[in-house]
Design a protein around this ligand. Structure first.
Ligand code: DGL
Length: 259
């Protein structure tokens, strides 16, 4: 059986990329909802509908677990999916706790999409982990658009990020949380704008660890040759140009992995 990774678009590849390293004997299905990306600037009801459609499709693909490799979809739809389906469903939330655990005295800047930043789930997370009021939040929706058109380090990206980060006194921060899976593509550009004291924190490793834990619990780990099938909103990707686009994204993520 396969493990599904689902995102609105190319962001979820950053989680799949890590999973491919640590689970070399599993078969993966990657589902990018390319017909509806971006999610982060749409209404909650719309995103819930798209996630429901993606799950309906994925459940017909012989999957044993679904990783919602999208903080935005997790924020508004994962609870309902867990109520509906009895299988391991692993969601993601901005790694604010991990960032505060690394350094509990300096500020933490959580970046994510508008839905995630404003959502109830984020409020609850902050209430629970940010006892000293060290966390600030910043929505960076344009990064999703840039990533989807594979524009990762153009002057427009740099200008956008410089402008968005300008209100923050970055010397006061210990980390920047990549609270949207699309943001991992921009670590090199971000690195040039952030002082050395600011580290990147993301939830990819924690999410894949949780996936492994859940699979082990049900004795579902397998020993197959690794394989990945790609789908855009329920259509299998066979077009060579699109497969090349996906490989280029994975290549970029490999470079970002070391930053
Ligand atoms: N990659 C997604 C996330 O982690 C959502 C991006 C979007 O579609 O707005 O939040």
């Amino acid at each position: 059986m396969k493990i599904a990774f689902f995102d609105s678009g190319m962001g979820g590849l950053s989680v799949l990329h890590h999973a491919m390293k640590v689970l070399p004997h599993e078969q993966f299905v990657f589902y990018a909802d390319e017909d509806h990306v971006p999610y982060g600037t749409k209404s909650t009801a719309e995103v819930q509908k798209f996630v429901g459609e993606a799950f309906d499709f994925l459940l017909k693909q012989d999957v044993k677990a679904i990783v919602v490799a999208c903080n935005t979809a997790t924020s508004v739809a994962v609870a309902e999916m867990r109520r509906r389906y009895d299988m391991p469903i692993i969601g993601m939330e901005p790694a604010a706790k991990k960032a505060l655990d690394l350094d509990g005295t300096h500020r933490v800047l959580v970046t994510a999409t508008p839905i995630t930043v404003k959502g109830r789930k984020m409020e609850l997370l902050i209430e629970k982990v940010d006892k000293d009021h060290l966390v600030d939040r910043l929505a960076l929706p344009e990064l999703v658009t840039f990533a989807e058109r594979q524009e990762f380090n153009s002057p427009a990206v740099t200008d956008y990020l410089r402008e968005q980060l300008a209100p923050f006194d970055l010397k006061e921060y210990s980390s920047l949380v990549l609270g949207c899976t699309h943001f991992n593509y921009f670590k090199d550009t971000l690195r040039t704008l952030l002082p050395e004291n600011v580290a990147f924190v993301d939830g990819n490793e924690g999410t894949v660890n949780e996936l492994i834990r859940r699979l082990k619990e049900r004795n579902l780990l397998e020993n197959n040759p690794q394989q990945v099938e790609y789908f855009y909103s329920g259509r299998k990707v066979t077009d060579l140009m699109e497969l090349e686009r996906l490989q280029k994204c994975l290549g970029r993520l490999e470079k970002m992995y070391r930053i």
